[in-house]
Design a protein around this ligand. Structure first.
Ligand SMILES: Nc1ncnc2c1ncn2[C@@H]1O[C@H](COP(=O)(O)OP(=O)(O)O)[C@@H](O)[C@H]1O
Ligand SMILES: [Mg+2]
Length: 328
């Protein structure tokens, strides 16, 4: 069964401002196409990842799914309900944890009091509130810290409280927008484990991230998003393969000029070359084996000294470049 069917979703942001003194009454309208005909579907019980760099449209898509933003075009069905017609039905059945959670919690009350406040806001019946709050606190591992003030929480604890809040109405579908942004590796793994635990309880999850590795480790399927468009939909295995086939070389040289950059660009298998520091080149190629010797030869033939060679882990942008053939 499908939990979400999104077809051809378009969302534009319009920012208008008038420059009266310069242009009389004319109003300048700037349009920003955040979602450009995006289609996908999410199966019940899966962790569906949306992977993309900054500005790809991840938060916008999550807000559309959460019925916070109305799309300009397209059709959307969530848990069998059509939107925007059945907005209130959908709201009852979804939980949302946005990355920008901090401003929405009260800093001078405890974690538990914060959850009590939101439970009443969400209309959780009074007689089950206490049990529900205890249950969600335990699920996110905050039972011992429940009576500490929010402002004393670590970043990881704040993130976990945001997840607990998203669970208060016992949602079928959970929407997570970059829940590990700003977290260290260990805390990120904890969040990941928590998300997995939720799927064991039968929840469906949409999870956005800009981290390739995280998407590959956690999600069942991954939508790769760029500039509001679907670039690909991959299994974690394929994503890892793509990452492995994307080699990044970092070379520290004693000098870098435009000539050597354009020479390296011409080498077969080289996708992109640019200087990340005055004497440092970052080179993306299909595979280390094929391209590395020609690259080194061309540098040596220019009498440039190589101080250091490193192989780096590819980022989501690197995999995009590979998927879009360098036209990203
Ligand atoms: N409130 C807004 N007003 C105008 N443009 C916006 C607004 N929110 C986001 N955008 C633009 O929409 C695009 C997608 O943004 P967003 O959904 O936040 O991407 P992501 O979450 O993947 O970083 C970006 O180009 C961003 O600048
Ligand atoms: Mg975002």
């Amino acid at each position: 069964m499908n939990s979400i069917i999104a077809s051809e979703i378009v969302k534009k942001y319009r920012t208008s401002f008038s420059l009266k003194r310069l242009f009389g009454k004319r109003e300048i309208v700037q349009e920003n196409l955040a979602l450009d005909g995006l289609s996908f579907s999410v199966n019940s019980g899966e962790i569906y990842g949306i992977l993309g760099p900054n500005g790809a449209g991840k938060t916008t898509m999550i807000k559309v799914l959460a019925t916070i933003l109305l799309p300009d075009a397209g059709n959307l069905e969530i848990l069998g309900y059509e939107l925007p017609k059945h907005e209130s039905k959908v709201k009852e059945k979804i939980g949302l944890a946005l990355g920008e959670y901090e401003r929405t919690f009260q800093w001078r009350i405890t974690g538990r009091q914060n959850l009590q406040f939101f439970a009443s806001l969400f209309g959780v019946p009074g007689e089950i509130t206490k049990d529900k709050i205890d249950e969600t606190l335990a699920l996110v591992g905050l039972q011992d810290k429940a009576d500490k003030m929010f402002m004393e929480y670590s970043t990881g604890m704040k993130h976990r409280l945001a997840i607990a809040r998203a669970l208060l109405n016992d949602p079928e579908l959970l929407l997570f927008d970059e829940p590990t942004a700003g977290l260290d590796a260990k805390t990120s793994r904890e969040v990941g484990n928590m998300v997995r635990k939720l799927t064991k309880k039968g929840k469906t999850i949409v999870y956005t991230t800009h981290r390739l590795e995280e998407a590959g480790n956690l999600c069942d399927r991954i939508l790769i998003l760029d500039k509001g468009k679907k670039i690909a939909e991959e299994s974690p295995g394929n994503l890892k393969k793509l990452a492995m086939e994307t080699a990044i070389l970092q070379l520290d040289l004693n000098q870098v000029d435009d000539e050597i950059i354009s020479e390296i660009r011409k080498i077969e298998g080289v996708k992109e070359v640019y200087a990340t520091a005055p004497n440092t080149l970052r080179i993306q190629c299909d595979a280390i084996n094929g391209a590395v010797y020609p690259i080194l030869d061309s540098i040596r033939s220019k009498d440039i000294r190589i101080n250091q060679i490193n192989s780096l882990t590819p980022s989501v942008e690197d995999v995009f470049l590979k998927l879009t053939g360098g036209k990203a």
